[in-house]
Write a protein that binds this ligand. Structure first.
Ligand SMILES: Cc1ncc(COP(=O)(O)O)c(C=O)c1O
Length: 285
């Protein structure tokens, strides 16, 4: 995957250069997005770009790139890079200053970077074929602005590593009150007696686009009850099914939490129904 976009130009990744004084590098002072594409079709492009604009507004980065221009950059990267299943990564940092100082500097241009990377084929609604997840749990020790999709991901990286070091492939997080927040790089859902519950959006969680789309699809379909409400760690441990969601995983079944099986340890029927609906409708967003 070799052609990237940097500050208005397309170039081989090996030729892309940014300043070591870039505030993205020094402070993690930036916003990013990841949009999946399958056979050139983007999933959730508009809500992804709206979330990126919310992030840029929250940290007061002014950028003269509108949604159509972002789409143009994304489509150009899909054309210039091989592969049917590509994720598009969009990154805006505040830019490079001449000195290292915390205050937002005046008069610097944001650094804009985008690249395409290979992602697995779209998950399909098939209990045998789907990738399953085993997760650890740990207390969420990140900051109070987790709703901002900041490039400063050390908290998420350390939480992900907690699960990885224990042989798992995600980490579900809970707050001091033992209420679930999200996972290191996913949103979380607990299913009991056929009903889906997911923690409500606030500063403790990223407003996931997959979550947004899934809730909309489930509510419009009406066959699976879904609630946004506080979900406790205890509920996680006694759930029939647990799912995590992100743009490339879509709705991913969790089969073990802290080495204990979820329900009967198999992929569940509610997951099958939800992923079937999501697969059928995801390109409508
Ligand atoms: C912390 C966190 N929560 C949730 C998500 C899921 O968001 P989305 O569905 O937009 O990919 C991500 C995705 O990167 C994430 O990093």
């Amino acid at each position: 995957m070799s052609t990237v976009y940097l500050n208005g130009q397309y170039m081989p990744m090996s030729e892309a250069r940014i300043s070591p004084m870039d505030r993205g590098f020094l402070f993690g002072d930036g916003i990013y997005e990841v949009v999946p594409s399958y056979d050139g079709r983007l999933v959730g492009f508009v809500p992804h770009m709206e979330r990126m604009q919310d992030g840029l507004d929250a940290i007061e980065i002014k950028l003269a790139i509108d949604q159509d221009q972002w789409r143009g950059i994304g489509m150009a990267l899909l054309e210039r890079n091989d592969g049917d299943n590509l994720g598009l990564y969009f990154h805006v940092s505040r830019g490079a200053d001449s000195k290292r100082h915390h205050a937002y500097p005046d008069g610097i241009e944001p650094t804009v970077y985008a690249f395409a990377f290979e992602i697995p084929p779209a998950p399909i609604a098939d209990k045998e074929a789907v990738s399953t997840y085993r997760v650890s749990t740990t207390e969420d020790l990140r900051w109070k602005r987790c709703n901002i999709k900041s490039t400063a991901l050390l908290g998420n990286v350390m939480h992900y590593q907690h699960g990885h070091a224990r042989g798992n492939n995600e980490t579900i997080l809970y707050n001091a009150e033992h209420q679930l927040t999200e996972a290191a790089a996913c949103n979380v859902y607990v299913i009991k007696d056929g009903s889906v519950a997911t923690p409500p959006m606030d500063w403790q969680k990223l407003p996931g686009i997959t979550r947004l789309m899934l809730l909309d699809i489930l509510r419009k379909n009406g066959s699976i009850p879904v609630q946004e409400r506080i979900v406790t760690l205890e509920e996680l441990r006694s759930a029939d099914e647990v799912w995590i969601s992100s743009s490339s995983k879509e709705i991913a079944p969790v089969i073990a939490v802290d080495d204990q099986p979820v329900g009967d340890g198999q992929v569940g029927d509610v997951w099958l129904a939800a992923q079937t609906l999501y697969s059928a409708q995801k390109f409508n967003y």
